[in-house]
Ligand binder design. Structure first.
Ligand code: BGC
Length: 394
């Protein structure tokens, strides 16, 4: 009896370990949220508390889930997508967007992971622009330039959830009213962003805004993708397609020079799918200025003004991300400024190029550039922009 006890103990211990191991594997290969039988195979939305702002306001997290098991977590702080699970070619679900585990990390310094960006996505030279003869001064929060809406852009405000629906995909309607003069921009701006996760593994993002004074508007979504699901790996082994014959070369502050430059014969040519890493280290003045790719591509015109703009493919896992939009431009940012100082969700840190962004938008610095498509919004008009991110495998 005495000798049997330790071996029985070891046996039970081993069984427990094995069982734990299985659970861990299960977690990796299946949608990770606990779902009841009634929820399986259906679209649904679940709401939880994510954290508290320093002033005590509650930040909520909504999980959108579709019938096939894709899940997207959106928090009301910044409208940030904190987690997005997608199957690989073997049906194994993993998170494919960079993010943090808790609110404090987002508050401590977020390089716009997953965030809604406004009022103006990308840069405005010297933080200044004129409208109808009046000059407006914005925060210079990126060297001498203005970036992504300023000190407290839409990525740092609390959004209201105005609607939830599972009638036609799991859909979440976020609203925010930006006061006249907020971050230096004219006009009171009423903004609505609708995230809809469809049954086809698409996230459809629709932006709408109205103003009470002439103003400028350029929204985008700033998710950093890594389709490998392994955030310790760089994204340079992803293939990229960009439906663009030209891009906008920049100056040292990443402000477009105004030229539309043909991509043919340059490292900026992604008209045929090409590895992101293939030419990123080529001798090229523009790559040196961006420390890699950090440029806006001029999308080729689309029939019906909405269509495929970009596709990223990770051969090893088979995950394919397609981006459809009605915007004229797309910023491809290859995560050059990530430097291994931010904690990664699954352990380790986010190293340089651990994620890439495909930010659909109007061109940077449009208010100061003649000839770029207008970003002006007048009272009585409705700003409307649409981008769809579609996940599949091949
Ligand atoms: C910009 C990068 C910037 C990054 C911020 C991108 O949209 O193009 O230059 O560093 O956002 O995280």
């Amino acid at each position: 009896m005495r000798t049997a006890q330790p071996s029985l103990f070891c046996f039970v211990f081993l069984l427990t370990l094995l069982n734990l191991g299985c659970k861990e594997n299960k977690k990796e290969s299946q949608p990770s949220m606990e779902t009841t039988d009634a929820q399986q195979g259906k679209d649904f939305i679940e709401k939880r508390i994510f954290g508290k702002m320093p002033d005590g306001q509650t930040v909520e997290k909504y999980t959108l889930r579709n019938a096939s098991g894709m899940e997207i977590d959106v928090i009301t702080y910044g409208g940030i997508i904190t987690r997005w699970t997608a199957p690989d070619k073997n049906g194994s679900y993993e998170d494919i967007v960079l993010g943090f585990d808790d609110l404090q990390q987002y508050l401590d310094g977020n390089p716009y992971f997953g965030a809604l960006i406004g009022r103006y996505g990308n840069r405005i030279a010297n933080g200044k622009f004129s409208l109808d003869g009046e000059t407006y001064t914005l925060a210079t929060n990126d060297g001498e330039n203005h970036l992504h809406g300023g000190e407290k852009g839409f990525d740092k405000v609390l959004w209201q959830v105005k609607g939830e629906s599972v009638a036609d995909g799991a859909s979440l309607e976020l609203t925010y009213t930006s006061a006249d003069g907020e971050e230096g921009y004219p006009g009171k701006l009423d903004v609505k962003v609708t995230y809809t996760l469809t049954g086809d593994n698409e996230l459809d993002v629709r932006y709408e805004a109205t103003t009470d004074k002439p103003t400028i508007v350029n929204f985008t979504q700033h998710s950093y993708f890594n389709l490998s699901g392994d955030f310790t790996q760089s994204v340079l082994d992803h293939e990229l397609f960009l439906d663009a014959d030209a891009y906008l070369p920049v100056d040292g502050g990443l402000i477009p020079t105004g030229e539309l430059r043909a991509v043919s014969g340059t490292p900026f040519d992604f008209k045929q799918p090409k590895l992101m890493g293939k030419e990123i280290n080529a001798e090229n003045e523009q790559l040196a200025l961006g420390k890699g790719y950090d440029h806006c591509w001029v999308l080729n015109p689309k029939e019906g003004n909405y269509g495929l703009a970009a596709a990223a493919y990770h051969p090893k896992t088979g995950r394919l991300l397609e981006v459809y939009t009605n915007e004229p431009g797309i910023q491809f940012y290859s995560g050059n400024f990530l430097d291994g100082t931010l904690p990664a969700q699954k352990g380790g840190t986010y190293g340089q190029r651990a994620g890439f962004c495909l930010e659909t938008q109007h061109y940077p610095d449009t208010p100061n550039q003649e000839g770029f498509p207008s970003v002006r919004l007048n009272p009585g008009e409705t700003y409307s922009s649409r981008t769809t991110f579609k996940l599949s495998t091949k």
